[in-house]
Design a protein. Structure first.
Length: 339
């Protein structure tokens, strides 16, 4: 399944399959996942912990941990080129220049024994050998100031910065070579609410300034509402619903998507009861047959237990993978996954 036109997309993932293999078991982390990110657009990749969101981001970066992690099939196109067929040397040139990743914990991205300016300089020098040492340092200082950190603090070390400032440094590193795509993996989880809002605002402004595309990996629907143009809802390694922000937020269709919204407290009606999703995410090494959501679904039918659903479209890019929707529904059409 291909969503949209390749010429208008920075990222296109087609039927991606990723597994983690150990002696004891095989973890089916990503299962025939397809998604696209348009140029200058932000896609929210939403789902519970264990849905496969981070593995998807790591696959795009070519950072699936080996030998346990294995990409079994599919294609990942960055600006039309399939990075799954690139060598390790080629991927080193792609990472940072074409695609960068902002990780959940900034300390895992920063070397504690290197100054901040040196770490940003390394990222810049790796992709532009024509710059002199002083030019690289100047650019590193400019990136620090762009994220609101005085350049004279560049000589300091990560432990001297607060959590919010460390995340700003990571954002500066990610943007230092002006990549076409940024993958932000829960970038504000470790931050308090006030700093979270500042960091999200900064990321949005810089993305607009550079016309950078972004994949925002998160379980926080509030962050999606603030930053994203479109939303892909992920469950057990697959996309169960996709659409524009207004499609998914104004008219959620899949029972899992509705469950995510039902788990949120309502500010307009404090007496309203939460309607959480029953049960837990399935064991990825022993996924249910048919639709993987059926054991937790109040609307599951016999067909759900034995047959995987095909996507049903509702105009534009809004589709849902669910047996509750079929071609008899007005305005909808069922499309085979191979189309």
């Amino acid at each position: 399944m291909v969503i949209g036109s390749q010429s208008n997309n920075t990222l296109e993932i087609r039927d991606l399959v990723v597994e983690y293999r150990t002696r004891e078991r095989v973890v089916h982390a990503v299962n025939s996942l397809s998604l696209t990110v348009g140029r200058g657009q932000t896609l929210g990749l939403v789902g519970e912990t264990g849905a496969g969101k981070t593995t998807t981001g790591l696959a795009v970066m070519g950072l699936i941990p080996k030998p346990a992690g294995v990409v079994l099939g599919g294609a990942i196109l960055l600006n039309g080129e399939d990075v799954l067929h690139k060598s390790d040397r080629e991927m080193k040139q792609i990472r940072g220049k074409t695609v960068s990743m902002i990780f959940q914990d900034p300390m895992s991205s920063l070397n504690p024994v290197m100054s901040i300016e040196r770490q940003i300089s390394e990222a810049i020098r790796a992709h532009d050998r024509s710059l002199t040492r002083s030019q690289v340092l100047q650019k590193a200082h400019e990136m620090l100031e762009m994220v609101g950190i005085p350049r004279d603090r560049g000589s300091e070390y990560p432990h001297q910065f607060s959590g919010g400032m460390k995340q700003r440094v990571v954002i500066a590193m990610a943007l230092s070579c002006k990549p076409d795509l940024i993958i932000a993996d829960e970038p504000t989880t470790a931050l308090d609410v006030t700093i979270q809002a500042q960091v999200l605002g900064l990321m949005k402004d810089l993305k607009d300034q550079y016309r950078t595309s972004m994949v925002m990996i998160t379980h926080d629907l509030g962050i999606v509402a603030e930053t994203c143009d479109s939303v892909s809802v992920m469950y057990a390694g697959s996309i169960v619903e996709h659409g524009t922000l207004h499609d998914v937020f104004d008219d959620p269709l899949h029972p899992y998507t509705k469950g995510l919204f039902g788990s949120l407290p309502r500010l307009d009606d404090r007496r309203a009861k939460l309607q959480p999703i029953k049960g837990l995410m399935p064991d990825p090494s022993n996924l249910p047959t048919g639709c993987t959501f059926w054991p937790r679904c109040d609307h599951a039918k016999d067909v759900c237990r034995v047959e995987k659903p095909n996507p049903t479209y509702f105009g534009g890019e809004h589709f849902v993978n669910c047996h509750l929707f079929n071609e008899e529904i007005s305005g909808a059409r069922t499309v085979n996954m191979g189309d």
